[in-house]
Design a protein. Sequence first.
Length: 149
Amino acid sequence: MINPFDDTYFMKKALREAETAFEKGEVPVGAVIVFNNQIIARAHNLTETLNDVTAHAEMQAFTAAADFLGGKYLKDCVLYVTLEPCQMCAGASYWTQIGKIVYGASEPERGFVHLKTTLHPKTVVLGGILENDCSQILKRFFIEKRNLN
C-alpha cells in the first residue's frame, strides 16, 4: 500500500506556509511539524510582523508543537521546513530532540550544515525535498523586494 503522507506531501504543506509568509512581506519560509502522520503545528516566518529576530518558522513551529503535545520534547516528530535551518533553529531543534528534520532548499551561507551546527545525536536529516520549489519562492521574494527599492 502506498502511503500518501510522505515527505513530499508534508513539504507541500510547509510551502503553503511559505506562501503565507510571502503574502505578509516576510521572508517566505514555512514549516510544519508532524506526529504520527498528523500535522500538529504550522508556522511561517514572523520576524517582521513581530519585530523579533527569533520568530523564524521553525521556532514558531517548535512552540506550537510542544504546546499541542504538552511537553517540550519532540522525539517522535518530524520538522518539515522549506529552507535549511539556521544555527539558531538547529540549536533549538537540539533541545527539542526532534526526531527528524526534512528541509527543501539549502542555505549555503547561514545554514546549519555549512556552519557545522550540532544537532541532537538521534536526529535524522534529509535535505533537498522539493528543493526547486522551495528555492523559487525565495528567489521570487528577493527579486520583488529589490525591484521595490
